[in-house]
Design a protein around this ligand. Structure first.
Ligand code: ADP
Ligand code: AMP
Length: 213
């Protein structure tokens, strides 16, 4: 099964993608996580991506598409994957389509996690990410057992630089201008499914499972 998660930054794509990956035993592929791992390791790709990420802008398609196609060509993706944060532009979606078409394959579902902008701003301010394993929490909705510490690996939880309020506004307008048109793109292909992302995360997940089965 090949799934794309759509939705504004902070809509809960990553949270749901991890649950889908666990349930269906497929890899969770997040371009944001790949960039953050590269930044942490000080790679050239990481340094280049950081310039854009810090401003809430998209990393150019030339960089993003290659890392995604390399990732999904790996052995663990042969039975499917859940994409989180990719595609974010129409050209990215077209390249993915073409690459899949060349191997006689296609995306099964594009799931739009729908959350209005006003909820997004609150969510992003409360998101905390682990500096070690990248797990995400929310200080109100999904708190860690011990404040500031990751339940999974015990490392520190931080507010991502790009989750600061001034950057969140930029990311939202980038989303509306460049990413939201993908909703139409996948609707026309007949594979778009929409879930109400303002529900409790368990209810969002149940709605997704219903779609996938
Ligand atoms: P995205 O991957 O779309 O950017 P995340 O999955 O990281 O979003 O979620 C953004 C923030 O909102 C995180 O702090 C997460 O813990 C929290 N969150 C995710 N789903 C829900 C939900 N259904 N209700 C409340 N908070 C949520
Ligand atoms: P995310 O973790 O998905 O919220 O992504 C964090 C940041 O990484 C985004 O704001 C972009 O700067 C960059 N990024 C992640 N995925 C993509 C993509 N598909 N295209 C361009 N930039 C991306």
């Amino acid at each position: 099964m090949k799934i794309i998660m759509l939705g504004a930054p902070g809509a809960g794509k990553g949270t749901q993608a991890k649950m889908i990956a666990d349930q269906y035993k497929i890899p969770h592929v997040s371009t944001g996580d790949i960039f953050r791992a590269n930044i942490k390791n000080g790679t050239e790709l990481g340094m280049e991506a950081k310039k854009y990420m810090d401003q809430g802008l998209l990393v150019p398609d030339e960089l993003t598409v290659k890392i995604l196609l390399d990732r999904v060509a790996k052995e663990d993706c042969k039975n499917g994957y859940v994409l989180d944060g990719f595609p974010r532009t129409i050209p990215q979606a077209e390249v993915l389509d073409k690459a899949l078409c060349e191997i006689g394959d296609q995306i099964d579902y594009a799931i739009d996690v729908d959350v209005p902008d006003e909820n997004i701003v609150k969510r992003m301010g409360g998101r905390r990410a682990c500096v070690g394993c990248g797990a995400t929490y929310h200080i109100e909705h999904i708190p860690p057992k011990k404040e500031g510490i990751c339940d999974t690996c015990g490392m520190e939880l931080i507010l991502r630089d790009d989750d600061k309020p001034e950057t969140v506004q930029n990311r939202l307008s980038v989303y509306h201008n460049q990413t939201q048109p993908l909703i139409d793109f996948y609707e026309k292909k007949g594979i778009l499914r929409t879930v109400d992302g303002t529900q409790d995360m368990k209810d969002v997940f149940d709605a997704i499972v219903k779609i996938l089965s």
